[in-house]
Design a binder for this molecule. Structure first.
Ligand code: AMP
Length: 193
């Protein structure tokens, strides 16, 4: 049986974390959320956490080199997984190229990109709401939130084209109930797996 490797894509606040949890449970995939990994490093005060903190707090991207190295270690230490779900990664075309190379070198590939599509205004209000409980510095003010959305458009959206050109892009309406969105995701996964 081939591995199921999914990229869960979308702007900040699109619901990637929420849907990832449900996907992992149903399909038994290994979750790689670069945002969660960085927050763990920051919480533990590791060297990587210290390097990443300033970028993250301001809503800027952490340099590719650091992100790619961190993901490589995770993939290599879970070679026996049934598959991976990449959440919040890749966020630049350079990261996408590096991911494709990492997988190819192990005889693997990306099964598909599932892209949650949500309007900007809805994203802002979801992030502001999350900010009340997340404790995340980057959820706390409109300037940082707007910066993240701007960077998503400039740096991250081209990653969707990268996978669209390979016929791997699957758009999912990211508004509606959590279960409606999840059902749509499952339909797509069952088609590509
Ligand atoms: P997230 O939890 O996915 O919203 O990520 C939170 C923050 O971590 C982002 O705003 C970035 O500062 C940083 N980050 C997470 N993933 C990446 C990535 N793939 N490339 C660069 N920075 C990232």
């Amino acid at each position: 049986m081939s591995m199921l490797n999914i990229i869960l894509f979308g702007p900040p606040g699109a619901g990637k974390g929420t849907q990832s949890e449900k996907i992992i449970e149903k399909y038994d995939l290994f979750h790689i959320s670069t945002g969660d990994l960085f927050r763990k490093h920051m919480g533990e005060g590791t060297d990587l956490g210290k390097l990443a903190q300033e970028y993250i707090d301001e809503g800027n991207l952490v340099p590719d080199e650091l992100v790619i190295k961190m993901v490589k270690v995770k993939i290599q230490s879970h070679e026996n997984a049934k598959g991976f779900i990449f959440d919040g990664f890749p966020r630049t075309v350079a990261q996408a190229v590096a991911l494709d190379e990492m997988l190819t070198s192990q005889g693997l590939n990306i099964s598909g990109m599932l892209a949650l599509e949500v309007e900007d205004e809805e994203l802002r209000s979801r992030i502001r709401l999350r900010g009340k409980t997340s404790g995340r510095a980057d959820d706390q003010n409109d300037e940082r939130i707007n910066n993240r959305i701007k960077i998503y458009k400039q740096e991250t959206l081209p990653v969707a084209d990268h996978y669209a050109m390979k016929g791997k892009y699957h758009g999912i309406n990211g508004t509606g109930s959590i279960d409606e969105i999840f059902n749509h995701i499952c339909m797509v996964i069952d088609l590509i797996k």
